[in-house]
Design a protein around this ligand. Sequence first.
Ligand code: MN
Length: 386
Amino acid sequence: MDRERLHGSRMLEREAQLPSTKMKEMLQVNLEHGLASAASIQDRTIPLFNRTGWRFSHSGPFAGRPFLEDMRQLGGQDVAIVGAPFDGGTTYRSGTRFGPAAMRAISGLGSGYNFETGVDLWESLDIVDVGDISVIPANIEKTFDQIDKAIGYIHERAVFPVVLGGDHSIGYPDVRGIAPQIDGNVGIIHFDRHSDLSEYNFDERMHGTPFFHATNIPNAPATNLVQIGIGGWTGSRAGVRVARERRATVITMTDVDRWGIERVCEMALEIAWQNAKAVFLSFDIDCVDPGYAPGTGTPESGGFTPREVFRMLDIVTREGLVGMEVVEVAPPYDVGDVTSLLGVRVINNVLGTLVEEGKLGTRPDETEKAEPAVEDARADEGDVGG
Ligand SMILES: [Mn+2]
């Protein structure tokens, strides 16, 4: 039979007749709104911030906050929620590429208000969701370049970045994006069951390596790195050697049990801030026991309870932060969204502490003065809890 009589052959020709005007227009607008990508990206139609609306960015904005479409408008807000849907750095159980979407989806449960702390985040902070960074799923170094540039842009505009991971490999470009803009040292407070200090996993910079490379940055010395929760049977000896040689501070579960949360967290705060100008928070959800946080790639029993984590975060973030990330939330292994919800709670709690301590946005007592809470603007919603 003649090849030309095939339906496939006719459709090959048909495609050439289809217009691509709207696609080209959209790509142009996306580039304007999403900004130019890192220099290593050869396809210059890929923006820095994903504006296509396809795939990962299909979950709606974080906690119903406004989506900032045009990144040229960034500046003047307090907080930028940004997704890094990348799990190409995962050594075994992947799935964290769905972390940002799952955290955004479950974040809709929140009202912004916390009775116990008396903080209303939405009153105290101007929060925008800036969508996801355009990651390059098959190339970790290009993805690092994209994340570095994106986080650098947010920090440069004096907006507090909250990065939704993604596997822990993104910890390196998150620090790399911020550190060069800091006039002094950057400390890192790192919650995890794993030290993540190896130079390579399988010959590449993957999710067990971010703090080896981050602490190679001249103004992010390992002497300002504090790791909390390290232990269990899934860690590597290579990372331990690096922690020892570079004099990182490692706080185990045994330390927390022996000395108590207050003492170890005061110590963590002191070390992270020693001769430092800024401190970054890296929160790996697997520091929480898998009974509470099963949705993660490298679960390790014997982790913290959520209540312990909340108490610790309240102490270690009280002097302020330059940015934060929540990583290793892997929705394919989650049950009833509890792990994603915990990731959201970590973010809300940290933002609440920063507000309460006067480190970000407007303190609650100041908002009260500005506008007495006689009438609740959201009263018509009633109690949305259940
Ligand atoms: Mn970990």
